[in-house]
Design a binder for this molecule. Structure first.
Ligand SMILES: Cc1cc2nc3c(=O)[nH]c(=O)nc-3n(C[C@H](O)[C@H](O)[C@H](O)COP(=O)(O)OP(=O)(O)OC[C@H]3O[C@@H](n4cnc5c(N)ncnc54)[C@H](O)[C@@H]3O)c2cc1C
Length: 250
């Protein structure tokens, strides 16, 4: 069955303080949405880098999430936004945090940066929607992807981040998600803790970079890509934080 023909699965809307995106929504629709440009810069940036124009015109959020690839760009952005997946079957509907939607598989010889995860979807279910909280005042987000080319580049690494600043520029909350560093995107809570309660100054940023780098080593230490990724992640996270700092000044 081709779910792409189901028009009801294609929507982007705001409802009761949440941003809701239908599983049939294409990446191009996400990039063109002013609601998402205002509320989810990191998701728009993530989707704008997927594949090529043709892939973005056809590929959907549902396909990207349900494929369960470690390097699915929308998934690291959704993870940073603490998004929830809504699944439906003839038996009813249920909701799962995107962060809990994937279970790693133990396959030693799989491709290091893009192992597949088991996706937490039953045979009779479809993903209908992904939703997350509408952004609050002084909340900013950014996403960066490390790839070999400008287009049609599989992610070597992705970073999505959402930060809420207080009046005094002290970080009130922070969510930092890594993609393509392990079997599925995940949040780096130890690095988030370094940032919360502090200003985004150089000392805090340096501590955060060291923490993320340590997590990369913990999670993919045995892989050949680790020496490269543990260093390059610092540059990517730095760029993301810089983008957030610039947005906060505008
Ligand atoms: C050349 C190329 C480059 C690419 N580059 C990138 C990239 O840079 N970044 C990136 O993240 N991805 C990339 N991809 C992957 C691609 O974007 C995803 O595979 C795409 O998101 C799939 O979307 P789709 O709608 O075509 O899904 P489909 O291919 O139609 O579906 C994929 C799987 O998900 C299932 N599925 C789809 N929708 C649902 C639903 N609503 N509920 C339940 N199951 C569902 C299908 O049954 C199928 O098993 C690339 C792919 C290609 C071919």
């Amino acid at each position: 069955m081709n779910l792409k023909e189901i028009k009801e699965l294609s929507f982007i809307k705001e409802e009761n303080g949440f941003i809701k995106i239908g599983a049939g929504t294409t990446f191009t629709e996400i990039c063109n949405s002013s609601l998402l440009q205002e509320n989810a810069v990191a998701l728009v940036q993530a989707c704008s880098k997927i594949g090529s124009t043709q892939i973005r015109n056809l590929g959907t959020v549902g396909g990207n999430v349900v494929t369960g690839s470690a390097c699915a760009d929308s998934v690291s952005a959704f993870t940073a936004f603490d998004s929830v997946a809504v699944l439906k079957s003839s038996k009813g509907s249920r909701e799962v945090l995107i962060a809990d939607f994937f279970t790693p598989i133990e396959i030693e010889d799989a491709c290091a940066s893009c192992k597949q995860s088991i996706v937490g979807i039953e045979k009779d279910e479809i993903l209908v929607e992904v939703y997350f909280k509408k952004s609050e005042d002084n909340e900013f987000s950014a996403f960066r992807k490390l790839g070999k080319r400008r287009a049609l580049a599989k992610s070597i690494m992705t970073v999505g981040m959402v930060v809420k600043l207080g009046e005094d520029e002290v970080v009130k909350s922070c969510s930092l998600a890594l993609g393509a560093v392990g079997q599925h995107p995940y949040r780096v809570e130890s690095a988030e803790k370094v940032i919360v309660g502090n200003k985004l100054d150089n000392a805090t940023i340096e501590k955060c970079l060291e923490e993320v780098s340590d997590i990369v080593v913990q999670n993919i230490g045995a892989r050949a890509s680790c020496p490269f990724k543990k260093e390059s992640v610092k540059g990517i996270v730095r760029e993301v934080i810089e983008s957030i700092r610039i947005q906060s000044l505008q």
